[in-house]
Design a protein around this ligand. Structure first.
Ligand SMILES: C[S@@+](CC[C@H](N)C(=O)[O-])C[C@H]1O[C@@H](n2cnc3c(N)ncnc32)[C@H](O)[C@@H]1O
Length: 308
């Protein structure tokens, strides 16, 4: 199906609000993770090849700012690709002030006059997405799940290129003309891509998988068997590839690290894998993005492949 038709169908009756995430769910406009510091602590991103959840595009943008040489994206929600394209083209072609006005000034939120000069650079499906918003969803919009601009609980100014005009200008220089996007469930990730990545970013998707298993260690085991292992075997660099698989807000990073080390021992001494250390698990602590916990810490959990 043509993407322009798909976009129209996705929004014809409004976005799908019957479940957490689907192909046409409400979209995120900005990330609610403190991405820049966990990438800085994860690895030297210079020259790295990255696969990331698309979400609002911020994981991809922060990876580029950190030095990644190539970024591909995926998301279960097809509509996120429009947000990523909109923001990437605005960053590439408009000044910082116009970008900020469009997203963060309540009186100019999604102001058409701001994007008019770059309308022709947009793909057909993005134009349809925007027209559907302006004509059908502007006034009773449930289209945005978390819009950044008017959300009290989180502080979107932790995003580098939002809080720092110089970072915005740097991103403008390095922004690719197009960032690839594939609509897929993370459960199928390893079959949907056929190259190896140095870094894979999965945001907090883990939180929404295997939710019937309430015990966190058991959930981690199922997730490791069904998601992390196929990813590690097929699309993660064998040479120290890192997969960030769970962002947790306002949490105890030390406790996570202890739990992960005991989980790591479980993965090492399986019958199939006797004496071979294939993976290590760690948590990175960052300043919490949650304004309700100004002194708290958020954590990003990650797995590293082939630690010696
Ligand atoms: C889990 S959400 C939460 C927001 C996130 N913390 C951020 O900073 O953007 C991030 C993205 O994951 C996508 N997602 C959720 N479940 C998914 C799944 N099973 N497979 C692929 N993408 C998924 C959502 O559509 C959304 O765009």
């Amino acid at each position: 199906m043509l993407d322009s038709i798909k976009t129209y169908l996705a929004l014809k009756d409004g976005p799908n609000i019957s479940c957490a995430y689907s192909w046409n769910s409400p979209v995120f406009l900005f990330s609610n993770e403190n991405i820049q510091p966990y990438l800085a602590n994860l690895t030297d991103m210079t020259g790295k090849k990255v696969l990331t959840v698309a979400a609002a595009g911020d994981h991809a943008f922060e990876a580029l700012l950190a030095g990644a040489k190539h970024v591909d994206t995926f998301d279960i929600n097809y509509l996120q690709k429009h947000i990523m394209e909109l923001k990437s083209k605005m960053i590439k072609h408009l000044p910082y002030g116009e970008f900020m006005k469009f997203f963060f000034d309540k009186n100019h939120f999604f102001d058409r006059s701001i994007i008019k000069p770059i309308w022709k650079t947009f793909s057909r499906e993005l134009r349809i997405f925007l027209l559907m918003y302006y004509h059908h969803h502007q006034h009773n919009s449930r289209l945005f799940r978390y819009n950044g601009a008017q959300h009290n609980e989180y502080m979107p100014d932790m995003i580098s290129y939002v809080s720092d005009e110089l970072a915005f200008k740097e991103l403008k220089q390095i922004m690719p003309d197009k960032i690839s996007f594939k609509e897929t469930n993370v459960l199928e990730l390893s079959t949907k891509f056929d190259t190896e990545y140095d870094v894979i970013l999965m945001s907090n998707i883990f939180e929404y998988l295997y939710t019937d298993t309430t015990d966190i260690a058991s959930r981690l085991k199922v997730f490791h068997a069904n998601v992390l292992t196929p990813i590690a075997e097929n699309i993660l660099s064998k040479d120290g590839g890192k997969a960030c698989f769970h962002y947790s807000w306002n949490t105890n990073v030390e406790l996570w690290n202890q739990g992960l080390k005991s989980f790591e021992r479980h993965t090492q001494y399986s019958i199939d894998n006797f004496n071979e250390t294939k993976y290590s698990f760690d948590a990175i602590g960052v300043k919490s993005i949650c304004s309700l916990a100004p002194n708290g810490q958020d954590a990003m959990l990650y797995m590293t492949q082939n630690q010696r």
